[in-house]
Design a protein around this ligand. Sequence first.
Ligand code: SF4
Length: 899
Amino acid sequence: MNVRGPILSVGEVRSVDTKYGERDLAELTVRPDDGAADAATVTLWGKWTHTAEHAEPGMELLVTDAERDDHGDREGYTTSKESYVVLEPDFLVDVTDVRSWVQCPRMYYLNKLSGVPLNYPVVKGTIVHEVFGDLLRGVDLEESIEDQVADAGLELGLLGREREEVVDEVRRNAAAIEGWLNQGTLTPEGDEAGTAPSEWDGTPAETDWRSEYTLISPTFGVKGRADALRRGMPVELKTGKNTNRDPRFQDKIQAACYALLLRERGVPADTGTLLYTKNTALDRSEASGDLSPAKEFSVGKGLLEFVVRTRNEIAATEFDVSVPTGFEADAKCEYCFEQDTCMVVSGRLDQESKAGQIGTPLPEEERDYFDRSYRAIEEERRETHAEYRKLWEQTAEERAADDRALVDLDPLDREELPGGRWRLRARKDPEAVSKLREGDVALASDGDPAAGHSELCRIEELGEEVAVTTDEPVDLRRLDVYPSEISVDRMLTALHDALLKGDSDRKDVLFGRREPEFADGDDTFIDNNESQNRAVNRAVNAEDFALVHGPPGTGKTYTIARIVRALVERGDRVLLSAFTNRAVDNALEALREQGFEGAVRYGTETGVRGDMQDVRLVRRGEPNDRAAELNGASVVAATTAACGSRAMREQGFDVALVDEASQLTEPGTLAAVNLADGFVLVGDHEQLPPVVRAENDLQRSLFQRLIEDHPDAGVMLDRQYRMSQRIQAFSSSEFYDGALRPATPEVAGQTLADLGVDADVLPPELRANVAFVDPDGRREGNANPAEAERVAAVVESYVDAGVPRGEIGVIAPFRAQVAEIGRRTDVTVDTVDRFQGSSEEVIVVSFVATDSLDSPIFEDPRRMNVALTRARKALCLVGDADALASDPFYRRMLDWARR
Ligand code: SF4
């Protein structure tokens, strides 16, 4: 039986005499049944007392295969021989983290903070891994090497490597793989060992080769991607050498982690293999020792228990966000590659560490900021883990109802693509909706993403038919939102780069030790809009930073392009960044419209819009050419997420201009800002705030903090080109102190008549520029069918009066209502988040709520500011008047709409 629940108290470890001799034990008081049952004593025996030493009240404990251990009227449990003890099982530890922890716990911490840098061993390692995967998929060796080296062209070029040199080195490493694979396929069971991937049925126990296998363990709180499985046994590839007979301990631990995860799925993985590819590249006449690349070891229960205890140490450290010192391990600092980083981090953060410290500690306010941000990012990581948990805690139906999965897909066909990847197709229920979008990375599975066969995929098509691409084929029966940790990882590295490596002068202004400074210049960059011209001047004259506050429709993108041009004209190299690909492409489009053609777009093929592909930096190719194209660009356009990539982290700019800065977390903004000497943030803190899961400091953007602390560093664009006077009035008075005005009389006075619409044909209630309709509906869950019906009728009225369908947009607060309305009309219907940044001639807003506004979605009025300001000529609000009148803000909105 499994015992699981919160720990109430932890007893000391003590020794007792037993019939097997003296043994250690520790008694913990736990509330089993996830806290629902009465408190019980759980006795941990032997080496599990090590986990007891890391346990604290408040943590969650899981003991698998526990036995009853009742004493009189006291209920209790004890570990058995089969038991595993897991601390904080909901905290998912990555397998690579367990590996670095056993090398030195502090190394785990440093890897988290500083991320994976751009260096040759890392890039070469990635190429060799890719070649390994290709070989397993049956690709020809030479073809694969050429292909994968070309794929890494940009990174190799940035590292100053020549193609031939890399091809040669990879070939020598790959020889080990090929030799070993051939050996493997010639085994007596070889007829099955060579099973083509197309026949793979997704069960790891198959006598088969598999590359890149994603494993998540709900029991042990471990996740990772095994390099390969060979007849259900984990194989790990290491591009270094090892001339000892046995694998390195940390490598063994990594393979043992995968064995543990496989066993949880019922695969009896009892052997691990490490493949040291450099062994075959060694000069046999000079090297001594065991030069065979493949080293096997058996995975016994003792090793698996050690893996779980180590994983528990990490989970316990993360529970109170404490920092490992390195004294916990036996590693010798003088042999450690991380020694310099380790000493700098210890010195800057004034942390105790075995390696010692160099440098001066951060000033107190920076240290506070670091600690607060670190904690907030880790809280966000926990929220991401909670999303992972839903993969197995929620039923398929619950996932679908939560918009997090498309379930019950009907597999249609699969097609092998060049390079060994696969395109999978399936049919979906036309009514099914979810958060998933084309271009997203998602989890494709056979129906059970945790215990079944799942593969990471990219969504190519999402209509009635679904098409995805994957490394390996899977029976495409379900698609889940994939809760990636990349954004939290990148936030941490951005925080590290800004605080521990960042320029002290920059930090003086960021932390309020001095005011931002500006030069005196005053030029005419834009002659027909005074606030835009002031904004360009502010940006160009900023010695530190400038802020451009752009309410809806104020020509923000035009101004951005003008700023970039002005900066480049004076000789600056500029990073043009934004939160979304869409905003980056829009800014680039404006720049090109203004005649500037020297920009390079950094992004993936699927992320970058079709009409910007011609300036997209192709990373594949001859290393020198690829690097020269990036290094030579005076403007590089990339999302802030891409700014955290290995290649971009090595780039330097004079100015970083970041659009949508009010939608970015502080560390998210820093990822771009870190790359430049000065920066310009463009945003509107009166529209949508950063999208984060945890409720903490991350919800406030750097843009908002700086504009509140340094209003003089900002310029508000106060003339809007979008909305009629009547439509903009509410937004202007509620959010911009009445300062937002129409740019021209034509903008102010626009009506549907300008579209050739005869207002008299419209029903009376829709004739005004701003209308309100109460359909007397009922909220059912997150939908309101009667209201949806009315919204569709309103849309038809506008269409009948002559408004083209493509000029009408419908906004609803919940995806369920978006679907409800989408079934009744063919105009664009979406949530407000998806509408930010765009506008339509006519906007219809559905509120869904009846009686009261008791949903968090109504709490932040800034969402309404976005919704109402999407409309140019007509706006129709459809909702329950009583519900809206129950809140002062919405009541004012109602009064305005009914005026
Ligand atoms: S330098 Fe020492 S304490 Fe620091 S990570 Fe390396 S082994 Fe650990």
